[in-house]
Design a protein around this ligand. Sequence first.
Ligand code: SF4
Length: 329
Amino acid sequence: MRSRRRILTGDRTTGKLHLGHYVGSLKSRVELQDEYETFILLADVQALTTHFEEPELINSSILDVTMDNLSVGLDPEKVTFVQQSQITSIAELTVFYSMIVSVNQLRHNPTIKTEAANYGYEDLSYGFLGYPVSQTADISFINADLVPVGEDQVPHIELSRKIIRKFNKLYGTNITVPRAKLSEVGRLAGLDGNAKMGKSMGNAIYLSDSPEVVWQHVRKAVTDTSRVHAHMEGHPEVCNVYKYHQVFNPGETDEIHKECTSAALSCFACKQRLNEVLNNLLEPMRERRAYYENNIDIVKDLIHEGSKKANAIGNENLERIKEKMHILI
Ligand code: SF4
């Protein structure tokens, strides 16, 4: 009998993590690590669905993503890091689940739909089409109860729940049907005005960025474009810098709103305030990260040991599943 409920969360290993990842997921991981037994999946197989031509990037990102998670304050004594490709039960469960999911169910998944609308089905790989299935295996190999997700991921979890319910009904298994936990802050927009922060957009502020790089992004941020002189009144509701104050500096937003709309605060000063807030947040992360960068063997051990532990749990669960499926002789 488990003493605590389990969370499965994680990141694709396609590069370092940025502020969007922090507000969307990492922050809540830190808050939940005492309450839940937390497994952080380093999703290197899932990374292959889009980055199969960049194995070196995926490899180096396994360490980067682990260090990013540690840098935000996840305690290696409390959480388990799991390298997805090392977990054989995930691969096997993916095959089993793929038998009971229709191609149509996958085609209706919003992520697949968008991809197909943009590029057509012609170049869509079998792996990409089936990634909600492998995600179901990621969640269920350790019988996770809770999966923290952004809004765009909710349909994936819905499909996972359907797959697991159907599987349990078919074979009499007792695989946990997971619940989605929506992140409080939705998608973080870019300071440049782009709806999303991301590496491909060139607007990402990485958790490991230096103060100089952070300032470069903040300095260039798009504000209220109608406010062409500092003596003009501003409109915070259309300003990207203000949106960031709301997320990262909620205690000062009323004051900033007042000073902006009365032209008492210049955009430059407002950006300086945001820059200070962001660097105050990031500085302890940089320090923790520097420790792990200087002790990279500790990071590798955490990944090896965590994967070993998770593999043992997954194999035990899979054994029970196979028994129920009558495929053990
Ligand atoms: S003062 Fe701040 S909130 Fe107002 S428009 Fe300038 S940057 Fe935006």
